[in-house]
Design a protein around this ligand. Sequence first.
Ligand SMILES: *[C@@H]1O[C@H](CO)[C@@H](O)[C@H](O)[C@H]1NC(C)=O
Ligand SMILES: *[C@@H]1O[C@H](CO)[C@@H](O)[C@H](O)[C@H]1NC(C)=O
Ligand SMILES: *[C@@H]1O[C@H](CO)[C@@H](O)[C@H](O)[C@H]1NC(C)=O
Ligand SMILES: *[C@@H]1O[C@H](CO)[C@@H](O)[C@H](O)[C@H]1NC(C)=O
Ligand SMILES: *[C@@H]1O[C@H](CO)[C@@H](O)[C@H](O)[C@H]1NC(C)=O
Ligand SMILES: *[C@@H]1O[C@H](CO)[C@@H](O)[C@H](O)[C@H]1NC(C)=O
Length: 209
Amino acid sequence: MKFSGKPGARCGCCLALFIVPGITLVMFLWSILHPGNPTFSIEKTRFPAVLKFDHKGLNNSSSSSGQLNDTTISLQLTLYNGNRIEGIHYDNVNLNLSYVFTNPNARGHPLRREYSPIDHTTIPAFYQGHRKRAISWVDFSAKKVNWTEVRGLLYSTNNTLIFRLDLATTMRFMINEWNTKTRELIVGANVEISYSGYYQVIDVLSKTT
Ligand SMILES: *[C@@H]1O[C@H](CO)[C@@H](O)[C@H](O)[C@H]1NC(C)=O
Ligand SMILES: *[C@@H]1O[C@H](CO)[C@@H](O)[C@H](O)[C@H]1NC(C)=O
Ligand SMILES: *[C@@H]1O[C@H](CO)[C@@H](O)[C@H](O)[C@H]1NC(C)=O
Ligand SMILES: *[C@@H]1O[C@H](CO)[C@@H](O)[C@H](O)[C@H]1NC(C)=O
Ligand SMILES: *[C@@H]1O[C@H](CO)[C@@H](O)[C@H](O)[C@H]1NC(C)=O
Ligand SMILES: *[C@@H]1O[C@H](CO)[C@@H](O)[C@H](O)[C@H]1NC(C)=O
C-alpha cells in the first residue's frame, strides 16, 4: 500500500490512530470511575377525595359519608439510570411523605416552613440496568392526617398546598460482578398542588445530592 500524502500527513495519520482510541479509552475509564447519579422525578399523582372542597373551605358534606375512607395519596416515582455502562443496585428505598406548613408561632422565624409527617413506606431493594427507567406507584396512607387542619391550610394559602417527599437510600454501581463502593442517594421533592374544582400539580422540585 502506498501513501499518497507527504510524510508529515502520514505521521498525523498515525497520531490520530492513537489519539482517537486513547480519548475513547480515557472517557470509558472516566465514566467507570465517575458514574452519574440517577435522576429522580415524580410523573403523576393521585390525591384523595377527602381534600375536595370549595375555596371557602370546610364543606361539611365532603367530610361525612364514604369520602373519608379514601385517604390514599399515590405518587408515581421514576428513577432513571442514564449511565452508559453501570447498572445500579439500590438497597431499600425509604420514603417519607409530609405536608408543609408555615408556623406563625415559630420564634424568630415566623415564616419558617415546617413538615407534618403523613406516612412512610419502603421500596424493596432492586437492581436497575444501565440506561433503564424504573417507574413505580407508591401509596401513602393519609388516615392519620388531621384534615381539618389541612383544609384550614388550603384556605389560608389560596387553595395551594405543598407535599414533601423525602427519599433516602444507598446504592452501588455495578459493572458485571464488579461493585463500586456504596454511595448515598438523598432526594427531596416538593409537590405543590392547587385545587379549583380539580387537582393540578403546579410544581415539582427535586434535588439530587
Ligand atoms: C359544619 O358542621 C358543623 C356542625 O355540624 C356546623 O356547626 C358548621 O357550621 C358547619 N360548617 C359549614 C361551613 O357548613
Ligand atoms: C360539598 O361537597 C359535595 C361533595 O363534594 C358537593 O356535592 C356539594 O355541592 C358541596 N357543597 C357546597 C355548598 O359547595
Ligand atoms: C367506609 O368505611 C366504613 C367503615 O369503616 C364502611 O362501613 C363504609 O361502607 C365505607 N364506605 C365506602 C364508600 O367505602
Ligand atoms: C385538628 O386540627 C384542628 C385545627 O388546627 C384542631 O383544632 C384539632 O384539635 C385537631 N384535631 C386533632 C385530633 O388533633
Ligand atoms: C389567589 O388565586 C387567584 C386565582 O389563582 C389569584 O387571582 C389571586 O391573586 C390569589 N390571591 C392571593 C392572595 O395570592
Ligand atoms: C423518615 O422519617 C424517619 C422518622 O422521622 C427518619 O428516621 C428517617 O430518616 C426519614 N427518612 C427519610 C428518607 O427522610
